[in-house]
Design a protein around this ligand. Sequence first.
Ligand code: GLN
Length: 486
Amino acid sequence: MSLPTTALDIAEAVQTGSASARTIIDAAISRIEAHDAAITAFEDVRADQARAMADAVDARIASGDTNLPLAGVPVAVKDCIAVAGEPMTCGSRILEGYVCPFSATAIERLVNAGAVLLGRTRCDEFAMGSSTEHCVSGPVSNPWATDRVPGGSSGGSAAAVAAGFVPVALGTDTGGSIRQPAALCGITGFKPSQGRVPRWGQVSFAPSMDQIGPFTRTAADAAAVMQVISGHDERDATSAADALGMIDLDGDLSGLRIGITKEHRSDDNHPAVNAAVDAAADTCRDLGATIVDVSLKATDLGIACYYVIGPAEASSNLARFDGVRYGRRAAGSSDLAEMYERSRTEGFGPEARRRIVLGTWVLSAGYYDAYYNRALKVRRLISNEYTAQFANVDLLLGPTTPAPAFRKGAISDPVSMYLCDRYTVTANIAGLCGCSIPFGMAQDDDDTLPVGVQLLGPVLGDATVLRAAHVLQSASTHHLAQPVMA
Ligand code: GLN
């Protein structure tokens, strides 16, 4: 008998007893053992603990517990989200040896819902990057072409779902780190509205833009995970008051107005990216939506704004990693200042250091107004433009990334790397929700690579985005394509 592969099918099989949580987790572990050497999505696989968790889920089912919406669903967790008693490094040398004293809210909720935590996935250091090449333990490979990047910063989580190791992985998205790797790996990635998922237990990068969210194969699975992990938590004062509740995913798109942002339809995009957006727009139209052209003039300001606000917040948040409060301490210093300096220099990699220096600069007395305050004004401009758009349309549709997955090592200049996120950062700046779904393939040299499109919704419009993504997937087959694993 073949085992179910989506989260919803697994949960149903485990709830009804047609498969045990233990069988599901054993199959996931075997697949990782067979194939992860070529992908290195995982930082570690906690096979024994996962088997014990699966047995506990089976025991809860046997004892009549019917409140397990994610019963037996294997979940991989980005290495910047805390799991009690487990190591967490954020892809950084500075957190070598660190063990989490508590679990993130999202983790607690997943475990209560019956999910089985399978291990940590590799990410760019402190979630800064678009390729998962900046991870102290090494890069992750794209399952569609192993000499290419999976995107970043949650590249390990995206690759783990794309490779069929797990049906669900958690990532974080501060400027695109769920949607961009989802697009490059041909899977579904959902970035919740700011505040939807409590950030408690997620290592802060830029908290005004950070959100935890799911990678899945289908939008229906993403909705199922969101129903579990969303909702207020008093330990995160910025978390939204309401949980997402049950989302009615059925129906078509009639009555919905969907805007296509003309600034995102660029000749600089890979032709297959523009073709995917056209195909998605046609499908939306066939499903009853009205497609309208919209303009977001502030699009071009997104990257500059993000790379002032993001580093500013990061420089402040990363100050705690100093070898005293957190982080490994450099040995052999003769005074305190030298110890701080050496611990931070040895502990942080080049990209984290670059962001700390940038952020410290834009917050410094002489430059605060010129950079940080100005970026906040641009943030308001971008938010206002979106608010005006969402008075006319329910959703926006566009490319997730300008191009499909690039080769490892192909982008070495930081600004070129930052520009990979030009279609994703504005959603974080404005607090919007967004979902990337695969919608076509690109031919690039000898490789056939997935291409993603992005649906954006207004702040707290998560249910509409998830429903539209699901309806699009119900009417198409792009999300069913899977890489052939060596
Ligand atoms: N790639 C972006 C950056 O480097 C986004 C990162 C993220 O969303 N965590 O900052």
